[in-house]
Design a binder for this molecule. Structure first.
Ligand code: DAK
Length: 257
């Protein structure tokens, strides 16, 4: 991996993907996106890993897709490159993904954070979809996920003017989970990851799948989907362990079986 670093923590239950193009503010070039997608594919298959955290550095989570790499492209070049496969892979990941954001999360960077399931931000975080300023528009979910997260009017404002919002505003509009001082944002994201990693990984993944389904289908269909996953968990050892641990007044030890 050239543009990301992947490490594991907390009995290898948490995988940390760190974007590593600091000079370019972690601009998302094709290879970097392929590396994220490949590693997520691997981590999803890795039974030890229960939660993934994606982060950048203090100055930038990611300042967007690599403009220099895109500037000279024609439609057919973009089509041949098939960039959406990597984004689709991120969206398909079964395990929960937490974005730990400090500094710029712009354009594709904001879209990457929004493709994750939760966002822990430092007080210096800035979010925006500035594509309009370079003659295009969001292309990796920005018009859809941002609108679903913060509502139509604010989303229109951000997408049509390209202006940024700070962490306070992002929290106010429901884009992020939490703001912490810059020196604590990684610690806080890992704390959240650890808490989730202590639950049954099967229940976590099926619950994630069900919450995500609510964005895709009408309520009745979503409820049926939820019901199916709920029933399914009763064939897991973790369900027995979790409920027995409650009855026996002890801490559950979930195995993901
Ligand atoms: N691409 C390439 N290089 C970038 C970059 C980017 N998005 N953002 C920053 N850099 C580079 C700068 O060019 C500079 O490089 P050098 O000049 O030193 O070689 C270096 O990072 C430091 O940046 P600045 O000198 O500009 O730093 P400042 O603190 O002055 O400004 C800034 C920081 C974040 C406000 C500024 O760099 C900026 O405005 N950056 C561009 C932000 C932006 O417009 N982002 C949206 C890009 S379009 C798709 C999926 C996704 C997308 C498209 C398609 N498919 C699946 C098909 C997404 C599109 C986008 O994100």
């Amino acid at each position: 991996m050239e543009f990301i670093k992947v490490t594991k923590a907390y009995q290898k239950h948490i995988a940390l993907i760190q974007l590593n193009r600091p000079k370019e503010l972690n601009a998302l070039n094709i290879q970097l996106m392929e590396e994220i997608s490949e590693s997520l594919k691997e981590l999803d298959k890795d039974d030890e890993v229960r939660v993934v955290v994606i982060t950048g550095n203090e100055r930038a989570f990611a300042a967007g897709a690599d403009i220099k790499q895109m500037a000279g492209k024609q439609t057919i070049d973009m089509w041949k490159e098939d960039r959406f496969t990597t984004w689709d892979q991120i969206n398909k990941t079964k395990k929960p993904i937490i974005a730990a954001v400090s500094g710029f999360a712009l354009g594709g960077g904001c879209e990457l954070a929004m493709t994750c399931d939760m966002i822990v931000a430092s007080e210096t975080a800035q979010f925006g979809q500035p594509e309009i300023k370079i003659g295009v528009m969001p292309g990796a979910g920005g018009t859809q996920r941002l609108t679903k997260a913060i509502g139509k009017v604010k989303s229109m404002e951000l997408v049509l003017t390209g202006k940024f919002i700070n962490a306070e505003e992002a929290l106010h509009y429901g884009l992020i989970n939490k703001i912490v001082p810059v020196e604590l944002y990684m610690e806080e994201a890992l704390k959240l990851a650890k808490e989730i990693a202590s639950m049954s990984p099967l229940a976590v993944q099926m619950a994630k799948e069900s919450v995500k389904r609510s964005f895709e289908v009408p309520l009745d269909e979503g409820l049926q989907f939820e019901r199916k996953n709920f029933y399914m968990l009763f064939s897991s050892e973790d369900q027995k362990e979790g409920m027995n641990a409650f009855v026996e007044k002890r801490r559950a030890d979930f195995k993901g079986k």
